[in-house]
Design a protein around this ligand. Structure first.
Ligand SMILES: Cc1ncc(COP(=O)(O)O)c(C=O)c1O
Length: 413
């Protein structure tokens, strides 16, 4: 195992010896975040309105490039998101949420002009799945929900079969949030090839893929890639992103004056910004989150995304080996090539086990009382995985966890 862990790059919860394994929910705070937030309050105080035009470049101080609040969504997209996705400047922009981005996309007449069907797995995250369902009431877009296989994976054969002349859009999760399974590149390329043969569009939601491994959007063949910085990228909330393939024309109707070609002319009719990605902006952008947005990305890019993936793989290898020793079935893939940064264990009364571990400062989470999820990341060590499974073994062999109350855990775990 090479480069990580990097405890000095992050700030930890207050308990000594806590083991934080919930990178898939909310990453640890990067060490530089308080400094960046101080810069925000100071820039606001010093420059007031003029901060929209220019502030010191805290994000790339060495570059000599001018930045202002106005240009931050595309500037940070170019500097930090494009390298995460293996793509060129000019294609990525920060967004407030995946939900907003998908809504904007579905509001673009260029989507419905390509067909009626939107293919989406029934296991897609609600920001995608529910948006597709809701838009079918507003526009002639018909959700075609693709089911799952017996082992809870996307039914790939059914999905490929469903792509046809009526396909307007295929929207897939690069990594399934209910399984941690990563769709193989060869499959995604086949999807891209079929969708494009029918003039449809291909959207990937990479919330659990980007920032935990290198991504190459051109290789995947997608037209759009969304994701967020809240989790492995440690960017907190309000910071997600969009990649739009160069040359793709989209004119979202759910756009705002920040996406207008001449916002400060306040013209009576809207005109789409010439830069397509900017059309995905709505009203005035929230500036404060952009101060801390990319500090986690900076750490990961400095480490190198190959090293990040290798470390994550070593940790999940160890977790899988422990699960096998304890005879705990896996909901997530066994094969490293199909795995993401997440391991899911099928455990009876998973909520109680999570609560039991939490009492011992080992932070995992559970879903539907069926699985315990863990996503060890760059701040974790192999020793922490061993300690986690020691605690799981004790819990399961004694059955003690079954009397733990789940009330204290709260709705978000
Ligand atoms: C696959 C996936 N997409 C999207 C999101 C979040 O979307 P939003 O930014 O709309 O909250 C999550 C959050 O867990 C997710 O797992």
């Amino acid at each position: 195992m090479s480069a990580p862990p990097l405890p000095s790059a992050y700030r930890f919860p207050s308990e000594p010896d806590a083991i934080e394994l919930r990178a898939f929910t909310h990453g640890l705070q990067p060490e530089r975040v308080p400094v960046m937030m101080e810069h925000f309050t100071e820039d606001w105080r010093r420059f007031g309105v003029d901060a929209w035009n220019e502030v010191p470049n805290h994000w790339r101080p060495e570059s000599g490039e001018a930045v202002g609040w106005w240009t931050l969504p595309t500037y940070l997209g170019d500097q930090f998101i494009a390298p995460l996705l293996g793509t060129e400047p000019g294609t990525c922009i920060l967004q407030p949420s995946v939900h907003w981005t998908v809504q904007c996309l579905l509001s673009s007449p260029e989507v419905a002009a390509r067909g009626t069907d939107v293919l989406v797995p029934e296991t897609a995250f609600p920001s995608v799945l529910h948006s597709v369902q809701q838009w079918s009431h507003l526009r002639d877009l018909v959700p075609r929900e693709v089911g799952e296989t017996e082992n809870h994976r996307v039914d790939r054969a059914a999905l490929l079969d469903a792509i046809g002349p009526e396909t307007a859009l295929v929207a897939l999760s690069h990594v399934g949030f209910t399984t941690g399974a990563r769709l193989p590149t060869a499959f995604l390329q086949e999807v891209a090839q079929r969708v494009h043969a029918h003039d449809g569009l291909f959207l990937l939601d990479g919330y659990h893929a980007a920032a935990s491994r290198p991504i190459d959007v051109a290789e995947l063949g997608c037209d759009l890639y969304v994701g967020g910085l809240l989790k492995e990228a440690s960017g907190s909330s309000g910071n997600t992103f969009l990649y739009v393939r160069d040359g793709l024309e989209l004119t979202p109707r759910l756009t705002g004056w920040f996406g207008d070609a001449a916002p400060f002319e306040f013209r009576p009719e809207p005109e789409p910004h010439p830069d397509v990605r900017r059309r995905f902006l709505g009203g005035t952008t929230a500036v404060a989150p952009m101060y801390h947005a990319v500090e986690g990305v900076r750490i990961l890019l400095d480490l190198g995304l190959d090293a990040v993936r290798d470390h994550s793989r070593a940790l999940t290898d160890r977790a899988v080996a422990h699960a096998d020793t304890l005879d705990i079935p896996l909901r997530s893939p066994r094969r490293p090539e199909e795995r993401s940064a997440m391991v899911l264990l099928e455990v009876p009364e998973a909520e109680r086990l999570t609560a039991y571990l939490k009492q011992r400062a080992v932070y995992t989470d559970s879903r539907r009382d069926e699985v315990v999820r863990m996503a060890p990341f760059v701040w974790n060590t192999l020793g922490e995985i061993d300690r986690t499974f020691d605690a799981i073994e004790t819990a399961m062999s004694t059955g003690k966890y079954r009397s733990v109350s789940v009330e204290a855990a709260g709705p978000v775990t």
